[in-house]
Design a protein around this ligand. Sequence first.
Ligand code: ZN
Ligand code: ZN
Length: 372
Amino acid sequence: MSKYEYDFESFKIGDWEVAFGNLYENVDEHRKPEEFWNSVMAHLSATGEAIRKTHYTDLVQSLSHAFCWLCGYIVKCQENKDPIFQFENGLSEIVALKFPDKCGHCLKRKCVCDSIVKDKLKDKSARYADLYKLWQKNGKWKERTIENWLQKYWYTFGPRIHLQNLENLGFHLLEEAGEEAKAVRQLVQLRGTRNNKKTGVSDDFLEKIANIDKLVEQYDIYNKIIKDKYNVNSVKKVDIEKISTDHSPEIIQARLVDAKMDFIIEIADTFSWMCAVLLKVREIYENQQLLTNPEQVVNILEKSLSIKIQATFGKEAIQEQLAFSVHLEKRLQETFKYDGRKADGMPKPLTCYACKKQKCVCVFFPNLNDDR
Ligand SMILES: [Zn+2]
Ligand SMILES: [Zn+2]
């Protein structure tokens, strides 16, 4: 995938989080965490539509908006305005818990999963403990850029991505986004348990599941509690009627711990399948020889733009423009008017694509005054 690495200044994912957090600070203050995921899903549905239409530039555009909302979601959860959703780690660290440069299932650097048997090998708690050990070994997850992740995924899952068509990968992406929506629903449903003496869900308890180190530990503890009570190794294996009518504090807490683990694992999976879709689009561009025969692509890029670029800058400029048209970070920089870096290396303030301000003033919601 080397041809996509040229001449491009990539940002750490954490820098994107900070930049989007600043840009949308004033409007995001009024939003609940679940509203962010709703917006991620809205843009991913546009990704699905773009796949159906084989419109690859629209596809990357919708992924850039989904990524922006994903960053907003992470920043919102880090703020600690809603202790049920509170989570300290950034996106890159969350992704790395599920994919510590190895497949999250077979734990190999090049995935060799037998997808039929993979879930039968170990209970999830043991698997998360294994993944956590690998996660701890590398302290530099925060340094990762989108491009770094794309390269790692290609190494681990490239042969699998190569075998699947774009529709399959897109379908899986939407599946994972829906799984995150399920985790969000669980957390929203359990929001009322907070500070209720009968549940034991104090803010001290919630603090114990608000970062990766503590959550992995609590997940193991609560799995043992569930195992002892119901003789199963996961909250999901308890009969739904039993668990929804069991209001004992330890079971309510176990459901919260389980939902919180799903909340981060499904964020990781959604990001990963975004990467898989992006890698497939790159593969399609390469295999169609669009990059070596740019004359074929005038219908993909805007015709007038292609001709103008070719006339002014030659064939190579079109090749570059094409590669960038499926380059997520380049698209992010164009959409949000990236204007270079400050002295500290962070991006200068971004600009909202809709209101054109560096502190967004877009108001899409009706109840600015309601105190949430
Ligand atoms: Zn694997
Ligand atoms: Zn705006």
